[in-house]
Every structure is written in structure tokens, then in C-alpha cells.
Design a protein around this ligand. Structure first.
Ligand code: ADP
Ligand code: MG
Ligand code: MG
Length: 209
């Protein structure tokens, strides 16, 4: 069941995964940015876990996502903190008051989160950003929900689509964020933010299973 316990387990699983992949994300960001994405994400999700440990698990998934949003906004500088913060805040609003998320709720959560990233960062699909992992995830969750999939199945489909979206960032030329300063030299590398999005959505699916 995609309840508050799942949402908290998601945050914990994401924190472990981002910590395990800290160096990989740093290396991806070194190639086309400033080599801090692994550190930023590890710090942010560790802080979310500390907050959940200190305050206990909130009543609903939406409350967990609000805690995540506030923590990411206050603890993570750079581009990713405000972008992920906005994603979780908008996602939280989309599922406010629900005790457990259906596949439709998963799709609504992801769509609102993606729209938050886009309204904040103005990136379009193909600009070589986290949007290129998030947008296919939204579409996959919507397709799964239309096909009467369960919530966990929708998450699984979303996570797989995010991974495929990440792979698709490699040939792209960055048009937003620091990597855009490199112009054509940004091609031939995976986008670090798309990589962290894939890790975070994989964690969501794992926590559900
Ligand atoms: P910074 O670039 O400030 O050091 P991070 O390294 O933590 O921040 O995050 C970089 C990632 O943020 C990029 O790989 C990209 O996915 C994402 N990003 C940057 N700018 C934007 C934007 N305008 N819209 C969406 N995502 C963006
Ligand atoms: Mg960086
Ligand atoms: Mg930075």
C-alpha cells in the first residue's frame, strides 16, 4: 500500500541510493558541471531522513513529501535543491489528504512534480535536464493508470521510463543549467540530474515492493 509508511520508506531508500551513488553523480557533474551534484543530493536526502527520525512519520504521504520539499529547499543549494523542492511540494499538493495512493494518484503526483520543475526551471524535454527523466516517467505512470495498473505497478513503469529517459540524455546538447555553458561539448555525457531522478524513482518503486 502506498501510504505514509511507504512514503517514508521511499525517502530512506532514496537516501541510501543517493549515498551509494554519490561519487557517480559527482563524476557525471564533473564532466558537464561543477562536480557537486552527488554531494548536494546526498546531503539533502540525509537531512530528510534525519527529520523523519526526529519527528516520526507524518500522517499521510503528502505530509512526508512536504517535509521532503522543505528540507531540500533549505539544505540543498544550487539548481537541484529548489527544483526537487518544488517538485515534492507540488506533488504533495496533488495528493493532499489521501491516506494511500492509487495508480491515478501516482500519475497525478508525478505530473504535478514534473510541472513544478518545468515552471521553476523552464526546461523543455530535450534540454538535457532532469525533465528528460521525469517526463517519460509521468507518461508511463499515466499509461499504467489508464490500464488499471496498481499503484506499485505504476511506480515501476515510471521508474523504468525514467531510466530510459536518462539514457536518452547522453547525445543531447544541454540548453539549461550549468551544462549549457559547454554548448556542443555537453553532448556525449549523461545528465547528472536525470541520473538522480532515475535513482529517486527507482527507490519509490523498490519501497513499494
Ligand atoms: P548546480 O548546477 O547548481 O551545481 P546541481 O549540480 O545539484 O546544481 O544540479 C544539476 C542538475 O540540475 C542538472 O544536471 C540538471 O538535471 C538540473 N537542472 C539544472 N538547471 C535546470 C533547469 N533549468 N530545469 C531543470 N533541471 C535543471
Ligand atoms: Mg552541480
Ligand atoms: Mg553547484
Amino acid at each position: 500500500e502506498l501510504d505514509a509508511q511507504w512514503a517514508a520508506a521511499w525517502m530512506r531508500d532514496a537516501a541510501v541510493s543517493l549515498s551509494d551513488n554519490r561519487q557517480r553523480l559527482i563524476d557525471l557533474d564533473r564532466a558537464i558541471g561543477d562536480a557537486d551534484h552527488g554531494e548536494n543530493m546526498d546531503r539533502g536526502f540525509s537531512a530528510i531522513v534525519e527529520k523523519l527520525d526526529a519527528d516520526g512519520v507524518p500522517a499521510t504521504p503528502s505530509d512526508v513529501f512536504k517535509t521532503a520539499a522543505m528540507t531540500l529547499m533549505s539544505k540543498v543549494g544550487g539548481a537541484a535543491g529548489p527544483l526537487y523542492g518544488t517538485a515534492f511540494l507540488r506533488g504533495a499538493a496533488a495528493v493532499a489528504g489521501k491516506d494511500a495512493l492509487t495508480a491515478d494518484d501516482v500519475a497525478a503526483f508525478l505530473a504535478a512534480a514534473r510541472d513544478g520543475i518545468v515552471s521553476r526551471g523552464k526546461a523543455e524535454p530535450g534540454d538535457k535536464t532532469m525533465v528528460d527523466a521525469f517526463s517519460p516517467a509521468v507518461e508511463a505512470a499515466q499509461t499504467a493508470a489508464s490500464a488499471e495498473a496498481s499503484g506499485p505497478e505504476a511506480l515501476d513503469a515510471a521508474a523504468n521510463a525514467a531510466e530510459a529517459g536518462l539514457a536518452g540524455t547522453e547525445p543531447l546538447i544541454a540548453r539549461k543549467g550549468r551544462a549549457s555553458y559547454l554548448g556542443e561539448r555537453s553532448a556525449g555525457h549523461l545528465d547528472p540530474g536525470a541520473a538522480s531522478t532515475a535513482l529517486i524513482l527507482k527507490a519509490a518503486a523498490r519501497a513499494a515492493g
